[in-house]
Design a protein around this ligand. Structure first.
Ligand SMILES: [Fe+2]
Length: 344
């Protein structure tokens, strides 16, 4: 495998990066082995570099880049749609399709950057329910990997994540998609989806007890403030703790009928606060410490209206990175009034 130094303006999509590229702060912008696409090339060109090493004789055609990831992602959403439809028609759970989606989600684990970017991008889709199931599966899988789970355990975790919200098919659509504030009655109806989901799968032979419990408990909180039973701490299934983190992140960063999406950094901030009581510290730390690095080099808008580049993320305050605005370095841990409101 030979390397070749190449001028930044001669980079083309499909080329493979031979050495990890760092910014001035020592944060990784692009890891070794990454296949470049237009977005990544623009990101590199904004830095003070002249040339980078690429691997000679590797160049994927533009259709090959991300294509396979995007295809499996879209296919999984279609399968999820079919799984939920057959459940809503009382035809039971389609084991084969569930297995297929779980396998496909796990196969995508090598494309971590694609997963994070895909989840960053697909925020305007109408088909929220199906996309949400896949996003939560992908994010739960990543957290499982970051927690060094065995492959068997990850498989069960992904199955639980895929099915976590199936109980929602029994909640009336006008409540589920209601714009504006819910009445107490409506909120109680929505809360029932955890038990509905559990009942729908508890008698299925191909589904383990772990999956059933994770579905039942994915809205429980460490301090007992969750539902349906108000279980606390170690009484909550470990898969449910992971799915909670993935679920909150995807739900809050998506556009919904009743509210605008939040920037990932606002959600990170909320999560850092929630680990003090509601969310599991291990699951949140694994998620935040690992996912944050994918945002280094991204351009963001601050609540002051300024735009700048994320150049450093402090592991202890993932929600408050250092942002370079023109030639000033703004440390959000110090400038407490400033926030990232949008990734641009
Ligand atoms: Fe849920």
């Amino acid at each position: 495998m030979s390397k070749k130094l190449i001028n930044l303006y001669d980079l083309e999509p499909g080329m493979k990066v031979a050495e990890t590229i760092l910014n001035d702060y020592g944060s990784i912008i692009i890891s070794e082995g990454t296949i470049l696409d237009d977005h990544l090339i623009k990101k590199i060109q904004k830095h003070n570099l002249y040339k980078i090493n690429i691997i000679e004789d590797v160049k994927l055609s533009s259709n090959e880049i991300n294509q396979s990831f995007q295809n499996s992602y879209n296919e999984d959403i279609e399968y999820t749609k079919e799984i939920l439809h057959s459940l809503s028609e009382n035809k039971g759970i389609d084991d084969k399709k569930v297995k297929k989606v779980v396998e496909s989600v796990i196969k995508m684990s090598n494309e971590k950057r694609d997963i994070v970017r895909c989840i960053k991008q697909i925020k305007n889709v109408d088909e929220y329910t199906y996309t949400h199931c896949i996003n939560v599966s992908l994010l739960s899988m990543l957290i499982g990997k970051w927690l060094k789970y065995s492959s068997e355990k990850i498989q069960t975790l992904v199955q639980a994540a895929l099915l976590h919200d199936i109980g929602k098919i029994k909640v009336p659509l006008e409540i589920l998609n209601k714009p504006g504030k819910l009445t107490n009655y409506e909120y109680e109806e929505i809360k029932k989806h955890a038990v509905y989901g559990y009942r729908m799968i508890e008698k299925e032979s191909g589904i383990s007890k772990d999956v059933c419990l994770a579905v039942l408990m994915h809205h429980e909180r460490e301090d007992g403030s969750g539902y349906p039973t108000g279980a606390k701490g170690d009484k909550i299934h470990e898969f449910a703790k992971i799915i909670s983190v993935a679920d909150i992140f995807d739900a809050m960063t998506s556009n919904r009928v009743y509210r605008e999406r939040e920037s990932p950094f606002e959600v990170f901030e909320m999560m850092e606060e929630k680990t003090l009581g509601e969310l599991d510290v291990k699951a949140v730390s694994a998620f935040l410490n690992n996912i944050a690095s994918y945002y280094i080099g991204d351009y963001v808008k601050l609540n002051s209206g300024d735009t700048g580049e994320i150049i450093y993320i402090n592991q202890r305050h993932v929600s408050k990175p250092i942002v370079k605005v023109s030639d000033k370095y703004i440390d959000l841990t110090v400038n407490k009034d400033l926030k990232i409101v949008e990734i641009i």
